[in-house]
Design a protein around this ligand. Structure first.
Ligand code: HEC
Length: 127
């Protein structure tokens, strides 16, 4: 039985590696278009009700520290993901409605913020 599971796992890993260059290029292009949507949302007042944008307090996503999540956030009183902190900013500084954690908009914001910190080493839990 154990042997069978091992063979099955190996097969999955083997197949998982078979991407064509075209696949990779296509997927990265899709990723980049979501980053672009995220940047548009980040710099637009449409997430809130008081014409404030994320970019006013976090120009080019500064002071967002995506690499430190999950971590304890004082405002939320628990260990949280960055998405929960994004919703905190939408509800407080922007006076808006929180986004569904699996919404297109939330994914785009996370993609944009994380892209701005490309190559920064992960440091979950750090302050
Ligand atoms: C009026 C200023 C202001 C605006 C506008 C604002 N934020 Fe924030 N943001 C803050 C403050 C203050 C914190 C809390 C800093 C802390 O304690 O980590 C914060 C924290 C964050 C964090 C976590 C930072 C960390 O170091 O852990 C993220 C991510 C974030 N904001 C994203 C956003 C997004 C996305 C928007 C737009 C929807 C936004 N913020 C709008 C002030 C703002």
């Amino acid at each position: 039985m154990k042997k069978l599971i091992l063979i099955a796992a190996l097969a999955v890993f083997t197949f998982a590696d078979e991407f064509t260059k075209e696949d990779l290029a296509k997927w990265f292009k899709e990723y980049e278009s979501v980053v672009k949507e995220g940047r548009a949302l980040f710099t637009s007042p449409r997430l809130g009700t008081n014409s404030v944008t994320c970019n006013e307090c976090h120009p080019n996503a500064t002071n967002t520290h995506p690499e430190t999540y999950p971590k304890f956030q004082k405002q939320l009183g628990k260990v949280a993901t960055m998405a929960e902190m994004i919703n905190w900013c939408i509800q407080n500084p922007l006076k808006g409605k929180p986004l569904a954690l699996d919404s297109k908009e939330m994914t785009a914001l996370i993609a944009y913020i994380t892209e701005e910190r490309r190559d920064v080493p992960l440091a979950p839990g750090k302050h």
